[in-house]
Design a protein around this ligand. Structure first.
Ligand SMILES: *Cc1c(COP(=O)(O)O)cnc(C)c1O
Length: 362
């Protein structure tokens, strides 16, 4: 089996070794586990350039819970948020605002459109307290311009909340440089480990001005408890201990390789794929892409059939696409343990799958 999917992803051998060695998940209310968490957190904040004053919340939950918990801890009905909605993950932020009755306006990015300064112009004169964005809208693969959004928020004195779940550790990310108040990451995407753990990195400013003052109506998702416990490297409730250990292994591996080299490898594999895929009857979108994933668009409605042949005949997994593009688009991830040789193998099998579908259709 080979995964070219964005989450779970094909894990690194080093992480697989740690998983295999762990015959039993260790007890965690110990000095040793605390040390592992504190050391892991140093690396996480370093890779995000978060600075020493930022704090991380480790939630045993998938990314969506981290998105919802962030909104619940940082905003109320008295806020007014601007949400970038260019696909299913942007829509999820909109749904969260609706459920929690937080006033919001939506910047809708239609499929194929690129988010640019002009689209933000009409919101320039309205007062907003925060902006929510999925910096890589994984459902389309569009990587939004962080500088554009960061400048907009600075100009307007807004908090900047970035869901970087599929972008962090795949594309460069600079919390301090772009004045990001919240960065949301999740285990099964950029960190390339098992699903179940999410990391929310918060700036000093949003912690002091919002989180510490919030009267959130939730026990499990109250970030205040997480900050207090993490002073000694612990979480208020049982964490996904095994995934914390995987995270430690994954970040240590990136530290050893060097973050810049790690990102360059992903970028090189992505560029290689985007070049070689031109040999097949598919096209790529015009908007800027994350290194994490390449959406390919078929001329005929055969995408899902190609997905099935790759899976059933060759044991290769790529991401299907939801919604109106389901029959026309597949998404290929470049993160985790993948190489240019894997690209050759994938493209060869895709070519065979496309020919098989076309033969049946004739
Ligand atoms: C995967 C993903 C999420 C979270 O999805 P879960 O299934 O809840 O982990 C959120 N945002 C983005 C951009 C994602 O790619």
């Amino acid at each position: 089996m080979k995964l070219f999917t964005v989450g779970p992803v094909e894990m690194f051998d080093e992480v697989k070794v740690v998983r295999a060695q762990a015959d039993s998940v260790p007890y965690f209310r110990t000095k040793e586990f605390s040390e592992l968490m504190l050391e892991t957190d140093e690396l996480l904040r370093k890779f995000a350039n978060a600075g020493d004053e930022a704090k991380t919340v480790y939630l045993t939950a998938s990314g969506t819970a981290a998105m919802e918990a962030t909104v619940m801890n940082c905003f109320t009905e008295k806020d007014r948020l601007l949400v970038i909605a260019g696909g299913s993950f942007g829509k999820r932020f909109v749904d969260i605002c609706e459920i929690h009755r937080i006033p919001h306006d939506v910047v809708k990015v239609e499929y194929g459109e690129t988010l640019d300064g002009e689209m933000l112009n009409q919101y320039e004169d309205t007062t907003y307290t925060g902006l929510l964005v999925n910096i890589d809208e994984t459902s389309t693969g569009q990587l939004y311009d962080i500088k554009l959004l960061s400048d907009f928020c600075k100009r307007k004195g807004m908090y900047l909340v970035v869901d970087a779940i599929s972008s962090f550790l795949c594309d460069e990310f600079d919390i301090a440089g772009h004045c990001v108040d919240v960065m949301i990451a999740s285990s099964q995407k950029g960190a390339c480990i098992s699903p179940g753990l999410s990391m929310v990195v918060l700036s000093k400013r949003i912690i002091e001005e919002r989180v510490m003052k919030s009267d959130i109506r939730s026990l499990y998702f109250d970030f205040k408890d997480y900050f207090k416990n993490f002073e000694r490297g612990q979480t208020p409730y049982t964490p996904a201990v095994g995934i914390c250990i995987e995270l430690s292994a994954s970040l240590k591996m990136i530290e050893r390789v060097g973050l810049a080299n790690h990102l360059k490898h992903i970028a090189d594999v992505a560029t290689d794929f985007r070049e070689k895929i031109k040999a097949l009857p598919v096209s790529l979108p015009n908007f800027p892409l994350s290194n994490a994933i390449t959406p390919i668009i078929f001329k005929e409605p055969i995408a899902y059939k190609v997905f099935e042949i790759l899976k059933d005949k060759y044991g290769i997994f790529v991401n299907p696409t939801g919604g109106m593009m389901a029959d026309y688009s597949l998404r290929i991830a470049h993160i985790g343990q993948t190489s240019k040789e894997d690209n050759d193998m994938l493209i060869e099998k895709m070519k065979a799958a496309i020919e098989e579908v076309q033969a049946v259709n004739q």
